[in-house]
Each structure stands twice: as structure tokens, then as C-alpha cells.
Design a protein around this ligand. Structure first.
Ligand SMILES: Nc1nc2c(ncn2[C@@H]2O[C@H](COP(=O)(O)OP(=O)(O)OP(=O)(O)O)[C@@H](O)[C@H]2O)c(=O)[nH]1
Ligand SMILES: [Mg+2]
Length: 327
């Protein structure tokens, strides 16, 4: 079966695993009448269920930190499992595998081992799609005071720069910037503030994507996701070492886990695949997509329908490579 590799990228505690969980949990409820189905393999399903139970039992007030259960890899990077989902038509055997790679954000720390650094680089080289999870409060509060420390944009830029210096020049890549914990910044009057903050907080990386060697191959989008929903940032406290602690509280005592827009990254991803399918050029490693959608018109129609639900306002926007998403 054809397989697409997707990396959840970001330092510890930004929200990679929560985002993956919300994408998985919300897919069913958001596909509406579309004839698509996403089926996790048994192990992935069990692990994501555990994360989901944690998310649903968040207290009225809680601190967001290094993973609800920080992702662990006791046996080193090689022991990390991936999360695989079969994608296909409802009630039929899946015809495409989406393989998500999640890892402990500690791999971004200065003290990470050589193996861990190498692992991260390889993930970026090998993935067709990369989701950059962004801790929105660090970027937005106190003039972005904690952005560098928590989101490590400069290091992320260096990682991309290094990984893409040797990439197959004929292979498009999709980078999805997904700010999370952003409930507070999506209010009407703040609409563009988050977008502007992302553009300036990641300007060095975005400039790199616009450089001559990458500008025609990199497509990047911005999809703010509320991976928990019904919670708001209540306060930030810095400890003795100057490390910030972010505290959230529920909007109401009985407020439920209610992620919003968490299927949007998948919509953009499928829109990208559909475009690659419809275009007639040869796309190197991506050519398998043509095979995937080519055999089944109904599937192509279902993907098309789902992809047309990409939001393009209220903080959602295409940052680069719009032509890769015209369907
Ligand atoms: N309020 C709010 N909290 C969130 C959101 N997304 C994640 N969190 C909280 O942020 C914390 C860290 O989330 P994780 O998904 O475990 O972070 P991670 O990037 O996987 O961390 P590592 O596994 O350590 O690399 C948890 O306490 C979550 O409950 C969100 O959208 N809103
Ligand atoms: Mg994690």
C-alpha cells in the first residue's frame, strides 16, 4: 500500500501528541457526508485512546507542560513507534497509509544526543508533510518573551536548512504551521494578530522557504487548531530559573473536551495530494499518489469534497505555494 510520511515537529510540551490525538478523534465527526474513512492500527488506537482519556479528564485548572504524559523513547529514537492510519472509502479496505511520526520534544534540547539529532534530521528529510506544532501563548503573551525558549524557531529553521540542502529537487514538501493552545487568540477582534505573530516569529524560516532553491517546491499553510477547546490561559509564572509555567482553566466547571478545527491540517494535506494527482508533471517520490487516486474515481471525488472544506479565513491562510493547492 502507498504510504505517506508525516512528522509532528516541535520542542517538548508544545502540543504535538495532543494535536495528533485531536486529529484522530475529530476526523469522524468532521468529515460530514464525505465518503472517507480513517482507521488507526490497533496499537496507535490504544495509545491515542490513553491520551484522549487524559485530555478528557483535565482538571478545572491545569498547567500545560512537557506532555500530559511526555512522549518517551526509553530505548532511544529507534524504539519510537509510529502512528499509522489507513485512509480510504467508508466500509472499504484503506488504500493509503498515513504514517505519523511523533517523538519526545526533548530531542530539540541542547543536551540531546547525536543519535537524537540525526533522527530529527532524517525525519525532516523523509517526510512528505511536516506539521510544526507551535505553543501560541509563548508567541503571543508578553510580546513573545518566551517564544525562542519554548518554540525554538531558530533551531527549527536550522534543521530545515540542513535537511533540505540535500533534498531531491523535484519533490514538493508541505509544511503546516499549527499554533495550538490558541483559544484566546482566535476571538474576532484578534483575527490577524496570531497570523502576524507567526509571520514575524518564524520570519527567518519563512524567508528560507522563499529562497530560490525552495520557493517553487515548498508549500506552507497556517492552521490554528484548538486541540482541547473550552479552556483559556489564566496566568504565566516564571520559576527561579526563568522558565515559564503556563496555567489554563476551563471556561466553565463542566466544560467538556471539545477540540475545534483539528481536522483542518488533514484537509490541507489531502488538498495537496489531490493537486499532485491532478497535475501531469512527474513528482519523484510523490508519483505514487497518482496511482492511489487514479484507480478509484469515487475516492478521488470524496477527497475532493473533503479538501474543499479547507478554511481560508479566521486565522487560516496559505503562506506560500498557493498554486500547489489550486484544485
Ligand atoms: N489549553 C490548551 N492546552 C493544550 C492544547 N494542546 C496541548 N495542550 C496541553 O499542553 C500540554 C503538552 O501537550 P503534549 O501534546 O503532551 O506536548 P508534546 O509536544 O507532545 O510534548 P513532548 O511529548 O514532551 O514532546 C498538555 O498538558 C496539554 O493538555 C490546547 O490546544 N489548548
Ligand atoms: Mg508528546
Amino acid at each position: 500500500m502507498s504510504e505517506l510520511q508525516i512528522t509532528m515537529l516541535g520542542p517538548s510540551g508544545v502540543g504535538k501528541t495532543t494535536l495528533l490525538t485531536a486529529m484522530y478523534e475529530q476526523f469522524e465527526s468532521n468529515i460530514g457526508s464525505t465518503d472517507l474513512q480513517l482507521t488507526p492500527d490497533e496499537d496507535s488506537s490504544a495509545i491515542l485512546q490513553d491520551t484522549l482519556i487524559d485530555l478528557k479528564s483535565l482538571l478545572d485548572a491545569f498547567e500545560a507542560k512537557g506532555g500530559i504524559q511526555g512522549t518517551e523513547a526509553i530505548g532511544g529514537p529507534d524504539s519510537l513507534r509510529s502512528f499509522t492510519f489507513g485512509l480510504g472509502k467508508k466500509g472499504k479496505k484503506p488504500s493509503l497509509t498515513l504514517r505519523f511520526r511523533d517523538y519526545p520534544g526533548g530531542y530539540h534540547a541542547a543536551k540531546s544526543t547525536k543519535d537524537e539529532k540525526e533522527f530529527l534530521r532524517n525525519l525532516i528529510v523523509e517526510s512528505h508533510v511536516i506539521l510544526v506544532a507551535i505553543d501560541a501563548p509563548s508567541l503571543m503573551e508578553q510580546n513573545g518573551r518566551y517564544h525562542e525558549r519554548i518554540n525554538r524557531p531558530q533551531q527549527i529553521k536550522d534543521l530545515f536548512k540542513d535537511a533540505y540542502s540535500t533534498r531531491d529537487a523535484n519533490e514538493p514538501k508541505m509544511i503546516i504551521f499549527a499554533p495550538v493552545k490558541c483559544e484566546k487568540y482566535l476571538k474576532k477582534q484578534q483575527k490577524n494578530i496570531l497570523e502576524e505573530a507567526i509571520k514575524s516569529g518564524y520570519s527567518s524560516l519563512l524567508d528560507h522557504f522563499r529562497s530560490e532553491s525552495l520557493s517553487s517546491w515548498v508549500v506552507s499553510v497556517l492552521t490554528p487548531v484548538q486541540t482541547v477547546g473550552n479552556v483559556v490561559l489564566s496566568r504565566i509564572e516564571a520559576d527561579d530559573k526563568g522558565n515559564p509555567h503556563f496555567y489554563f482553566r476551563k471556561t466553565r466547571h463542566d466544560a467538556k473536551y471539545e477540540p475545534r478545527d483539528s481536522e483542518q491540517p488533514l484537509r490541507y494535506l489531502l488538498r495537496f495530494l489531490l493537486k499532485i494527482h491532478l497535475d501531469s508533471r512527474s513528482w519523484g517520490k510523490f508519483n505514487f499518489i497518482r496511482g492511489w487516486l487514479g484507480i478509484d474515481n469515487h475516492l478521488q471525488k470524496a477527497v475532493d469534497e473533503f479538501a474543499r472544506g479547507c478554511k481560508t479565513s479566521d486565522g487560516f491562510t496559505i503562506l506560500q505555494g498557493e498554486s500547489w493547492l489550486k484544485i
